[in-house]
Design a protein around this ligand. Structure first.
Ligand SMILES: Cc1cc2nc3c(=O)[nH]c(=O)nc-3n(C[C@H](O)[C@H](O)[C@H](O)COP(=O)(O)OP(=O)(O)OC[C@H]3O[C@@H](n4cnc5c(N)ncnc54)[C@H](O)[C@@H]3O)c2cc1C
Length: 398
C-alpha cells in the first residue's frame, strides 16, 4: 500500500529500480504465483524476466558486470518480490549470498572466474552449511575434506540446499582437520561447480530429488551427497583453509536482512489482502471493516508491517555504512519473521472460511510464513546472537 513500508532518502536510481520491480511483480508474478505454487513448478519464465532486469547481479560490482547496488536496494527488491511470491525471492537469495561471499572473501582469480557469469544469472549459486544431523550447531559439521596431493577428497552428506538442483555453483562448508583448538576454525568453504540437475551430476557428487515441503514450493530444496568427490585446492574460497566459518557467518548476516525483507514482503501482501477483503465482505448489515474488532486487527497488522520494515531498513543501512550489524540484523530477522507469522494469521482469520480455500492467496502465505521462523537461523538462534552482542556491549566493568 502506498502509505505503508515507505523508505526515506532513496536515490533516483533506487526508486527507479524499485518501481520497475514492483511493476514486474504485479504483472508477471502475482497473477501466476498461485497456479505455479500449487503445481510445485519452477518459475522458469519469471526467473528469465529477473535475469533481464539484472536482478542476479544487483549487488555485484560494476567492474564484474553487475549493477553495484547496496544491500538496502537488494533488500527492498526482495521485499517487493516476496510480496508477489516468496519462492521467487528464494531463487535469488542463495545466489546473492554466494556472490557476496566471493566478492568479500574470494581470490582475484575466483572473482574474475565467477562474478561476471553470476551477474548475468548464467552461473547460479546455492550455499550449504546444514547437514542431516545439524542446522543451528554449524561448528559440528561432519562432512570432511581430506588433502590428497594437489587435490581434496570430500565425503559426507549435506541437507536443505535451497536451489540445490537448479544451481551450478555450491558454496559448501566442510571440515578440514587443521588441528585448530576450536572446532569452527577447522571449517573451510569449497566452491563446488556442477551442472544443474538431479542424480549423480559429477563423479562423487549426487543431488537426490527435491524435498517435498509444506510451502516455499517451486524453488527446489535438496540434499547433496559427496562420495569421494575430488576437487583442486583452488576451489577453496579465498585460497586458504580454516576460514570457512567466518566467511559463512558474514554471508548469513546479509542473508538475515534478506529473510527479514522477505517476511516484510509477505506481511505487506497479507495486509493488502485483508484490508481489501474486509471492505468487501459484509456481516450483520455492514462491511466487516466497520466492526471495531476487525478494524483494530488491521491497525495492529499495519503497525507490525511498519515496525518490521523500519528495522529491516536500519539493519541494511548499517551494513552499507560498513558498520557491524549482527545484533540489528538478528533483531530485524527475529521481529520481521515473528510478525509475519502473526500478520498472516490475522489476515487468514479476517478471510473467515475462505482463507482455508486454495482459491485465496492467503492460504499460500499461511504456508510460507513459518519457513521464515527457521531459515538463516531460528528465532532462538537470533535471540542468542542478540543477547550475546548486548552482554558484550553492556558488560559490567569489573
Ligand atoms: C525450506 C528450507 C530451506 C533451507 N535452505 C537452506 C540452505 O539453502 N542452506 C543451508 O545450509 N541450510 C538451509 N536450511 C536449513 C536451515 O538453516 C536449518 O533448518 C535451521 O538452521 C535450523 O536447523 P535445524 O533444522 O537443524 O534445527 P535444530 O538446530 O536441530 O533446532 C531444533 C530446535 O531447537 C532449537 N535450538 C537449537 N539450538 C538451540 C539453543 N542453543 N538454544 C535454544 N534453542 C535451540 C531451534 O531453535 C529449533 O527450535 C533450510 C531449511 C529449510 C526448512
Amino acid at each position: 500500500m502506498a502509505r505503508l513500508a515507505q523508505t526515506a532518502d532513496l536515490t533516483d536510481i533506487q526508486q527507479e529500480i524499485l518501481a520497475t520491480v514492483r511493476s514486474f511483480v504485479d504483472k508477471e508474478i502475482i497473477p501466476h504465483a498461485q497456479e505455479l505454487e500449487h503445481a510445485d513448478a519452477y518459475p522458469t519464465e519469471i526467473v528469465e524476466g529477473l535475469k533481464e532486469l539484472g536482478i542476479f547481479g544487483l549487488m555485484i560490482p560494476e567492474e564484474y558486470g553487475g549493477l553495484g547496488e547496496s544491500l538496502l536496494t537488494y533488500a527492498l527488491v526482495v521485499e517487493e518480490i516476496a510480496r508477489g511470491w516468496m519462492s521467487v525471492s528464494g531463487v535469488i537469495n542463495t545466489h546473492f549470498i554466494v556472490a557476496y561471499m566471493i566478492r568479500q572473501h574470494g581470490t582475484q582469480a575466483q572473482k574474475e572466474h565467477f562474478l561476471p557469469r553470476m551477474a548475468t544469472g548464467e552461473v547460479r549459486g546455492a550455499f550449504s552449511m546444514s547437514e542431516p544431523g545439524l542446522g543451528s550447531d554449524v561448528a559440528g559439521i561432519r562432512t570432511k575434506a581430506v588433502r590428497d596431493g594437489d587435490e581434496y577428497v570430500i565425503d559426507g552428506q549435506k541437507m536443505w540446499l535451497t536451489n540445490g538442483g537448479s544451481s551450478t555453483l555450491v558454496a559448501a562448508l566442510v571440515r578440514t582437520e587443521l588441528g585448530a583448538d576450536k572446532a569452527h576454525q577447522n571449517l573451510t568453504t569449497f566452491l563446488v561447480e556442477k551442472p544443474a540437475g538431479f542424480g549423480t551430476v559429477a563423479p562423487g557428487l549426487t543431488i537426490p530429488g527435491k524435498i517435498d515441503k509444506m510451502g516455499y514450493k517451486g524453488v527446489d530444496t535438496t540434499e547433496l551427497v559427496f562420495d569421494g568427490y575430488r576437487t583442486g585446492a583452488d576451489a577453496i574460497l579465498g585460497g586458504e583453509p580454516g576460514r570457512g566459518f567466518a566467511q559463512m557467518m558474514d554471508g548469513v548476516e546479509v542473508g538475515r536482512v534478506n529473510v527479514a525483507a522477505r517476511a516484510c514482503g509477505i506481511s505487506i501482501r497479507a495486509f493488502e489482502l485483508a484490508v481489501e477483503y474486509a471492505q468487501q465482505r459484509e456481516t450483520f448489515g455492514r462491511p466487516i471493516a466497520q466492526h471495531q474488532a476487525i478494524a483494530f486487527q488491521l491497525a495492529e497488522m499495519a503497525t507490525k508491517v511498519e515496525a518490521a520494515h523500519l528495522m529491516m531498513v536500519n539493519a541494511a543501512r548499517l551494513k552499507d555504512a560498513g558498520k557491524r550489524n549482527d545484533v540489528e540484523a538478528g533483531m530485524a530477522k527475529l521481529l520481521a519473521s515473528e510478525y509475519c507469522a502473526e500478520v498472516t494469521t490475522q489476515s487468514f482469520r479476517i478471510h473467515g472460511g475462505y482463507g482455508y480455500s486454495k482459491e485465496y492467496e492467503i492460504e499460500r502465505l499461511m504456508r510460507e510464513a513459518p519457513f521464515l521462523l527457521i531459515g538463516e537461523g531460528t528465532s532462538e538462534i537470533q535471540k542468542t546472537i542478540i543477547s550475546r552482542g548486548l552482554l558484550k556491549e553492556y558488560g559490567l566493568q569489573r
